[in-house]
Design a protein around this ligand. Structure first.
Ligand code: SF4
Length: 71
């Protein structure tokens, strides 16, 4: 299955902003880095991506559009 959210660990500073922002609660901090715990439950609102100060998070655009428009 295609990942809905990708986190670039080398860019993650462990600030936790994305975890606080996620309404689906699918992100957690692990050893100082953000991790996706459940790709299936991601609603792709992309708040995590916009909250991240380092650009470490990418929400899969294709999967996001499919979720919004149903294609
Ligand atoms: S907001 Fe970005 S830098 Fe902060 S914990 Fe999440 S992925 Fe890491």
């Amino acid at each position: 299955m295609e990942k809905k959210v990708e986190i670039n660990e080398s860019l993650c500073t462990g600030c936790g902003a994305c975890v606080s922002m996620c309404p689906a609660r699918i992100l957690k901090m692990e050893k100082g880095k953000a991790k996706v715990t459940d790709h299936q439950s991601c609603d792709m609102l992309a708040g995590c991506m916009y909250a991240c100060p380092t650009g470490a998070i990418k929400v899969n655009r294709k999967a996001r559009m499919a979720g919004i428009f149903g294609f």
